[in-house]
Design a binder for this molecule. Structure first.
Ligand code: FE2
Length: 275
């Protein structure tokens, strides 16, 4: 199955305040685009990116207003696939309940993987950029990976392998690897390139932050990771604005300087730069 991360949705309390925060991180947003609007229907949201690719801030509703729709309290990922048909068949034959929606020219599936992370699959059509290796669509930043917290890593892996049809890979660690496990029972990767980008699935590790000397624990609650071109410039801005961050340096992925921080709604974020 050809696939890539199309966009990441992040729940926020006040969209205006969060726009300011994310513009500080990633620069001015490119206008909200129709492709994105058509995928997400009527949510109150705001979009950074183009042609469906990018980052979306959304305001969750009260659950009882959802009328058999799914929403996530956590950041969640939309994955572009070349065909939904097989995924649909496999979900049905495994008796996994999902929502299927075909409107505005888009076909999509919303489903919770075994650790209840909301996953949205969208089928490619000619309104998307079909470059499955591209990760930034010509923006100044890109989505490097989505990290999902899983209480049973192998069960989540089996969902992405056997239902979505993605191929599990092997974690590539740097020489000075930090203090965390790359045992496939505790950490798995579905790579879309050789630089560890793609989907990361991790078992929550309560001592992760403590052992690595971080103020944040990136193994808990999942996080999207954005790649920027000038991380040191961003670090300066965070220091000026007194935003707390953990500078992990190169510790988990060869050639990637990583930092962690919370957004203004305590959503965990990773920002990295290829070095
Ligand atoms: Fe990460």
């Amino acid at each position: 199955m050809n696939w890539k991360i199309l966009n990441v949705s992040i729940p926020v309390k006040d969209i205006k305040k969060s726009i300011e925060f994310y513009e500080m991180l990633l620069g001015k947003s490119v206008c909200t685009d129709d492709v994105m609007k058509n995928i997400f229907e009527n949510d109150e949201d705001y979009f950074f990116g183009k042609n469906g690719f990018g980052l979306r801030l959304f305001k969750p509703k009260q659950d009882l207003h959802m009328e058999r729709k799914l929403q996530s309290r956590r950041s969640y990922v939309t994955i572009l696939v070349d065909s939904l048909e097989k995924i649909k068949e496999r979900l049905n034959s495994n008796q996994i309940i999902f929502l299927y929606n075909e409107s505005n020219g888009f076909k999509k599936i919303q489903v919770q993987e075994p650790s209840l992370n909301l996953i949205q699959f969208v089928e490619n059509n000619n309104q998307f950029n079909s470059d499955y290796n591209g990760f930034d669509f010509g923006l100044n930043w890109g989505i490097h990976h989505m990290n999902l917290e899983s209480l049973d890593v192998r069960e989540s892996v089996s969902f992405f392998s056997n239902i979505a049809g993605f191929n599990e890979g092997k974690w590539v660690a740097p020489k000075n690897k930090g203090d965390f496990s790359i045992d496939p029972m505790e950490l798995s990767i579905f790579p879309i390139s050789k630089d560890n980008s793609g989907l990361h699935i991790i078992k929550p590790d309560d001592g992760f932050g403590y052992r690595n000397n971080f103020v944040h624990n990136p193994s808990i609650a999942g996080h999207p990771a954005f790649t920027v071109k000038n991380l040191s410039e961003l670090i300066k801005k965070l220091q000026e604005k007194k935003v707390l961050f953990s500078d992990a340096k190169v510790y988990a992925m060869p050639g990637f300087h990583q930092i962690y921080l919370y957004d203004n709604n305590a959503n965990m974020l990773e920002i990295n730069q290829s070095v």
